[in-house]
Design a protein around this ligand. Structure first.
Ligand code: DC
Length: 223
């Protein structure tokens, strides 16, 4: 490992399964876990609560300055209130991708994200984990899947959580989000040269978890 604290950084498009995979790996290895997308989702959620247009970076930075954002076990707390469910809606996901284009805002949360780099190790998931936030991560994974498969997963996830969902609109939202994430100027969706691509179209979540933990143990033995 290049850093003495082992880091597994997982990137990939929206709904590729990276959240589930990252969480399971963190549990398996007893590592800390960072779901960076939830930070952008929470900022979008907090902005909307205050009727702030998500294209207004200055006002969003003020929201961030005055917000107390923390993680407690599986919960995401905004000013002490559990928003874990509220930020999982399609609306918050859409809002997050609007908020995530602001350079100053991305820089403002860098320190918070890096504070998760703690012993015995970290599994960090989300856009730019492999490129900007933890470029020194020992293991970098780009988890991907086709838009159709990702839409099916997202649809099932929304339904299982009791959220209203429509397959056609979930698919078009995924395609739209991909385009926005790919084309944006700052931290676009990209596979870094040193990342290993894992396609979960045909690979089960538990196989993906096993593959990555296997890679990690191989890497630990050689470093
Ligand atoms: O992974 P997710 O669906 O929770 O991400 C929501 C949005 O936030 C998505 O459009 C990508 C963006 N995001 C980002 O720009 N950088 C991150 N580190 C994580 C998520």
């Amino acid at each position: 490992m290049t850093s003495h604290i082992p880091i597994i950084a997982i990137d990939g498009p929206s709904a590729s399964g990276k959240g589930t995979v990252a969480k399971l790996i963190a549990e398996k290895l007893n590592f800390h876990y960072l779901d960076s997308g939830s930070i952008y989702r929470t900022i979008a959620y907090a902005g909307r609560l205050q009727n702030i247009p998500l294209n207004n970076e200055t006002l969003l930075l003020k929201v961030l300055e005055n917000a107390n954002l923390s993680f407690k076990n599986d919960q995401i707390l905004l000013n002490g209130k559990d928003v874990s469910e509220a930020i999982r809606t399609e609306e918050s996901g859409h809002g997050a991708s609007e908020v995530a284009v602001h350079r100053g805002l991305r820089e403002a949360i860098l320190g918070f994200q890096r504070s998760f780099e703690k012993h015995p190790g970290l599994v960090a998931e989300g856009r730019d984990m492999t490129s900007v936030v933890f470029p020194h991560a020992g293991i970098k994974i780009f988890l991907t899947a086709s838009a159709q498969i990702r839409a099916e997963r997202r649809y099932k996830q929304l339904i299982s959580k009791g959220n209203p969902a429509n397959m056609t609109s979930v698919l078009s939202e995924i395609i739209l989000r991909d385009e926005r994430d790919l084309q944006r100027e700052i931290s676009p969706l990209l596979k870094t040269k040193d990342a290993i691509e894992i396609d979960t179209d045909t690979l089960s979540i538990s196989d993906a978890v096993d593959n990555i933990t296997h890679l990690f143990s191989l890497k630990s033995q050689t470093s």
